[in-house]
Design a protein around this ligand. Structure first.
Ligand code: 6GU
Length: 251
């Protein structure tokens, strides 16, 4: 997979690209991430990327030309088969987009090529939305100063789903076993920390009982904290009854 990130603040991505997951994905040639400065696609002396909104109002709006030129430069330098817009997902990060989720991460992890455009200031010229991008994503119902942190969230969630990116130590086995449920509680040494003890069952060595306890804990945790997730969780009918007893239907 190739991921191009268009931003006015490329240096913000340095730390995340140096984390283990991204470095491993790069070393194994599974993902190539290229961060580009939108300002590099301007032609005037002041390298202008924004301008006043037509019709007045507060704040500045990102101009369309540098963003269009940056995307066109990427499309021109990549393999011809990527030119079909169906094959390149051109995503604008914006609070107005569809709300990001694990399902969308899984969908995007199947693509060959993503272009993530980080919006800034008060907004982006509407023609970028109408004639350039084919997807818009928000990471939640709150306002961020810019799309950069959202792009990092999206890229992280996607890259870790690409086969062979995760080591066996971080594998998805547990995640998929408990699909749709929150994680069970985890403990490490010491067994007694300030008088707070690790549940005895985890020290028992009885793997069957431990698996059963973890499953119950995951269901209990989901029922009490995120009952909305239970509707879509993969539960046996017995587990469903158990979960229903744990939260009020009004939740
Ligand atoms: Cl993608 N951008 C901004 N600026 N704010 C957000 C967001 C994106 N997602 C949630 N809030």
């Amino acid at each position: 997979m190739r991921i191009d990130i268009l931003t006015l603040f490329p240096e913000m991505f340095e730390s995340i690209l140096n984390t283990a997951i991204f470095k491993r994905a790069d070393e194994r040639d599974l993902v190539e991430v290229i961060v580009r400065n939108i300002r590099d696609y301007t032609h005037d002396k002041h390298r202008t990327v924004d301008d006043y909104p037509y019709g007045g109002g507060a704040g500045m709006v990102l101009k369309p030309e540098p963003i269009f030129e940056a995307v066109e430069a990427i499309l021109n330098e990549t393999d011809k088969r990527f030119h079909n817009t169906e094959e390149v997902q051109i995503i604008l990060l914006t609070p107005q987009g569809r709300k990001f989720s694990q399902e969308i991460a899984a969908e995007l992890s199947q693509r060959n090529h993503l272009i993530l455009i980080c919006g800034h200031y008060e907004g982006v010229d509407e023609r970028v939305r109408e004639y350039l991008v084919n997807d818009e994503i928000s990471i939640g119902d709150y306002v961020l100063s810019g799309g950069e942190t959202a792009a990092m969230v999206v890229a992280d969630a996607i890259v870790r789903l690409i086969p062979d990116v995760l080591g066996s130590a971080e594998s998805h086995v547990e995640e998929s076993h408990n699909s749709g449920l929150l994680e069970y509680p985890q403990y490490t040494r010491p067994p007694d920390f300030r008088g707070w003890e690790v549940p005895e069952i985890l020290l028992s060595g009885n793997h069957g009982e431990i698996a059963k306890w973890r499953r119950e804990q995951a269901i209990f945790r989901t029922a009490s904290r995120r009952p909305d997730l239970l509707k879509r969780a993969e539960l046996t009918s017995e587990e469903k009854q158990q979960a229903e007893g744990l939260h009020k239907p009004s939740d």
